[in-house]
Design a protein around this ligand. Structure first.
Ligand code: ADP
Length: 742
């Protein structure tokens, strides 16, 4: 494929630089050959054009032939068997054209890709083994991450002797920083320099994640195109991103050339599945290390990554142990100090000590308690109302608040970094931690801009040419929040929420106790008042009756009616007082449970109150053998009298009044019921009828509105339940049930 067709395939412009299709660059590096076969027939479909120069076969000779014309019989057998049984293919050595090669196989879709990679001088297995042992022994003696990194680059320099070996660590925006370096003495040091993210674009980082180690043996090589360019299987460019010999992006080559680099070796450092950094080796003339050595390098980066993971988790554990210690002290303070604000803001330690920060604020029940260096109260209120309350997640963090709220620029020296978490059930309570902007002097390895080359009106990618040191003062962002900060915030939030909930429970319990006390007092009061009212009422009633007899013939109808109204009102008032007394009595009396026969009680009610005489039209059906109940005799007689009385009263005016008394068993519980086909109660009425003096039936029916309140109280005293089913104009059924083990 010509350079022009490569350009047309890539069509990469400065605006889509992240999309440069480097995984399908259809070329091989000059030092080896890529052969691509059909995985089922093993016929050679494509091959890099340098095959004749390196393996001694011309393109015409091998294309469309079977790979067995190149591979010896025993190797062919193993290959066919492994492909059939789906077993991982391993590299093998082979002698061809008087040279030793590694054949490195892998699969890409329907194709088998074979890299013929120079053996590069024999490496004694003992030396190889020694290398691996050295790596295992030496990486990881050190403790801090910069120390381990320095250790690794020194070892790589010793093993492979590149002119410059660097450990390059990415930040969260994918800019890289040289964190360790070892170099030939005449070279200028790059330690501490930063490189912009665009130097290693996204797709290059993805390839590093896949492939691990990548060598460019000669930066000035002439790449060998793969012929034919497109796969005969599907007519598409083939993905050779896993090939050891894949040619590199021309942009990257130009980048290295601009730096004066002659050869490079790069290995990915992967931490928790993400690219943490790169081990980058530069040589200032061509340099090749063979497959085994590259595997040693890969092994080294894996050992390094493990050590890194261990160190990172140790840091996490240390930080967590510290914040846990503070959290426990805060919990103690919260348990012994009455007000939460005081407990976590006013004493040592306070809540800001749990993470590294310059200040914080507790927002609780509308008050803001500030600790350390913080924005003003007004600014915090603004941050809450304009931003934090609108966040869906309970935890929010940023290292650069100004990017989210431009107005936050005015307090960037107090709170560029914000970590916040909601506390309790109330969505307006928060814990906030602040970090000021960190002013950092960043030395870039060249000005971090990518310049484009304009051709035919399209701006094409072109790498940086200048690597002159360029220092920039960076501000606006705070030191980023870490996973252990979030964990500490979550844990403290949980403790505070628990304490708030516990305090709320205590508060509710205290209120309840007060209410019970008040209720008791009220019951006693209403009992004595009602009792005291009865004496004068008897007087009124008695004298009204005497007056009625005395005036029998001395007054007219008007006078007689007036006297009768006094007597009726006094009677009504007496019933009311009677009801109030019964209601208060239920509250004050302790229950004395005995075994009761509901059938007997119902008989008594119906005969003593002559209810069947009063309601002659009503059919009263009492189910036989209603189970006995263990309850207070007086109270249950009253309960049943009230329910039965209501059923008879509120059904009396229907055409065929029927009242049914019985039971059923539901979920092993005996449920008693009193059913009528009377006026029924609507939904709104159902809500009210159990309250004292609450009536919904209207003046057609006499009553005080206390009967059901008494019934409810009796059932509550027995820890039971009272409920109803009712439909307006169709009738009502009242159910009750109490626990058997009273
Ligand atoms: P009242 O002395 O008014 O009957 P209750 O406390 O016994 O007082 O009942 C409260 C209200 O509930 C009644 O005024 C009535 O509106 C309604 N009610 C009670 N029982 C029935 C029922 N069986 N059918 C229809 N309404 C009822």
């Amino acid at each position: 494929m010509s350079e022009d067709s490569l350009n047309s395939l890539q069509k990469t412009t400065i605006t889509n630089c992240e999309q440069e299709p480097i995984h399908i660059i259809g070329k091989a590096q000059a030092h080896g050959v890529i052969i691509i076969c059909d995985v089922t027939t093993l016929d050679i479909l494509q091959c890099s054009e340098n095959v004749e120069e390196i393996l001694g076969f011309s393109l015409e000779e091998i294309l469309k032939k079977n790979i067995d014309m190149i591979l010896p019989e025993d190797l062919m057998k193993t290959l066919v068997r492994k492909l059939k049984d789906n077993i991982t293919l391993l590299p093998k050595t082979i002698r061809l054209n008087n040279k030793e090669f590694f054949i490195i196989p892998h699969l890409s879709g329907e194709s088998l890709i074979l890299d013929f990679d120079p053996h590069g001088g024999s490496l004694d297995p003992l030396v190889y083994q020694e290398q691996l042992t050295k790596i295992l022994n030496e990486i990881g003696d050190k403790q801090t991450i910069p120390e381990i990194s320095q250790n690794a680059v020194e070892l790589v320099k010793y093993l492979f002797d590149y002119d410059r070996v660097m450990m390059y660590q990415f930040d969260e925006e994918w800019n890289g920083k040289v964190v360790a370096e070892v170099k030939e003495s005449h070279l200028e040091s790059w330690l501490g320099l930063h490189y912009p993210a665009s130097d290693i674009p996204k797709q290059a980082r993805q390839i590093f994640l896949k492939q691990g180690v990548r060598i460019i043996a000669d930066v000035n090589y002439k790449p060998a195109a793969i012929f034919p360019e497109l796969s005969p299987i599907n007519g598409k460019p083939i993905d050779i991103s896993k090939s050891e010999l894949r040619a590199v992006s021309p942009i990257h080559i130009e980048y290295l050339q601009n730096m004066g680099v002659g050869a490079s070796l790069t290995a990915a450092i992967v931490l928790n599945g993400e690219l943490w950094g790169l081990l980058a080796c530069h040589h200032y003339s061509p340099k090749f290390i063979n497959y085994n050595q590259r595997q040693s390098c890969k092994f080294l980066t894996q050992v390094f990554s493990n050590k890194l993971a261990l160190r990172t988790s140790n840091v996490f554990i240390e930080k967590m142990a510290y914040s846990e210690d503070i959290r426990k002290k805060l919990v103690l303070q919260m348990s012994s100090i009455k007000h939460l604000n005081d407990a976590i803001c006013k004493f040592e330690p306070n809540f800001t000590n749990i993470v590294e920060c310059s200040g914080g604020a507790l927002v609780l029940d509308g008050t803001i308690c500030m600790v350390g260096k913080t924005p003003t109260e007004e600014q915090i209120k603004f941050l809450l109302s304009e931003f934090l309350v609108k966040q869906e997640e309970s935890l929010f963090f940023t290292k650069n608040l100004m990017k989210k709220i431009p107005a936050a620029t005015s307090f960037k020296d107090k709170a560029s970094g914000v970590l916040s978490i909601r506390i309790g059930e109330n969505k307006n309570d928060y814990l906030l931690w602040f970090r000021p902007q960190a002013i950092e002097s960043v030395s870039w390895g060249g000005k971090p801009v990518k310049s484009g080359v304009v051709k035919d009106g399209v701006e094409y990618l072109s790498p940086r040419r200048s690597f002159e040191k360029w220092t920039e003062k960076k501000s606006g962002a705070a030191i980023p929040w870490e996973e252990y900060d979030f964990e500490a915030a979550y844990n403290l939030e949980e403790s505070i929420t628990n304490i708030i909930v516990r305090n709320q429970k205590d508060h509710i319990k205290a209120l309840n106790d007060q209410l019970l006390e008040a209720n008791k007092e009220l019951e006693t009061f209403s009992y004595s008042v009602s009792h005291d009212l009865r004496a004068p009422l008897r007087g009124i009633d008695g004298y009204a009756r005497i007056l009625r007899d005395y005036c029998k013939n001395k007054t007219d109808d008007y006078g007689r009616n007036a006297i009768n109204t006094i007597i009726n009102s006094a009677e009504l008032m007496d019933t009311l007082i009677e009801d109030i007394i019964s209601y208060s009595k239920v509250g004050q009396t302790r229950i004395q449970p005995v075994s009761l026969s509901i059938n007997t009680i119902l008989d008594q009610i119906l005969t003593t109150h002559n209810l069947s005489g009063e309601y002659p039209k009503t059919e009263i059906i009492v189910q036989e053998d209603i189970p006995r109940i263990v309850a207070d005799r007086r109270m249950f007689s009253q309960l049943l009298a009230n329910l039965v009385g209501n059923a008879l009263k509120y059904s009396a005016k229907t055409a065929h009044p029927t009242v049914e008394l019985g039971f059923n068993v539901k979920d092993g519980r005996t449920v008693y019921f009193v059913k009528d086909n009377g006026i029924g109660i609507d939904a709104a009425g159902k809500e009210k009828i159990f309250e004292v003096f609450s009536r919904v039936a209207g003046d057609d029916f006499a009553g005080s509105g206390v009967g059901l309140a008494i019934a409810k109280k009796i059932i509550e005293k027995h820890n039971g339940a009272l409920w109803l089913d009712s439909k307006l104009n169709e009738g009502s059924t009242f159910y009750f049930s109490i626990p058997e083990d009273l």
